[in-house]
Design a protein around this ligand. Sequence first.
Ligand code: ITT
Length: 198
Amino acid sequence: MEIVIASNNKGKIEEIKNYLSDKNIIVFSLEDYPDFPGIIEDGKTYFENAFKKAHAVCQYTGKIAIADDSGLEIEALNKAPGVYSSRYAGPQAGASDNIKKVLEELKKLPQDISKKATFKCVISIVHPNGNSDVIKESCEGEMILKPRGNNGFGYDPIFFIPLLNCTMAELTLAKKNEISHRGKAMKRLKELLPKYIK
Ligand code: ITT
């Protein structure tokens, strides 16, 4: 079985590949399709963006495509950055710019305000025969004002998980995949894969 991960995000690709590694699956990503023209993520929801990415890459490659659209929703910031998480600090922003902007916004608020936050993930799978599924998952945590840890990607260093007493960036990839929004969605996706085998 061949699957293309419809993503350019190295962190996501690594996590999704790790999840699929024990299956009899050959996994590609957009790194294997450098001429793919790209997708404008103009959806207002994770679902719209995930489906758009999976559908476009399935059509381009003729293979089963999986796309993840995800984001960080911070309660005290009215669920920002949300669907705009990858470009919160601007169109060319990197992870450190986005973290800096979140911390600046949080520091404007009263110190004792709730720091609750949720990572959301929507995974869309599209088969060239038209079959498709969508899975939504989330992971609860709290924002911390001092980044901690070097693993993971994106907002992981400021996403604290009280139950584990560490940030997402202090977890190994395997442990992150056990508890994260994406890991939980991938677990459910794996259960659906048999019906995509021709
Ligand atoms: P692709 O569209 O190419 O997959 P992207 O990074 O643009 O890559 P999204 O539009 O779904 O993907 O943006 C998701 C952003 O949300 C991501 O760039 C991070 O800033 C943040 N994010 C999502 N999951 C995360 C995680 O597990 N850890 C840290 N940050 C995460």
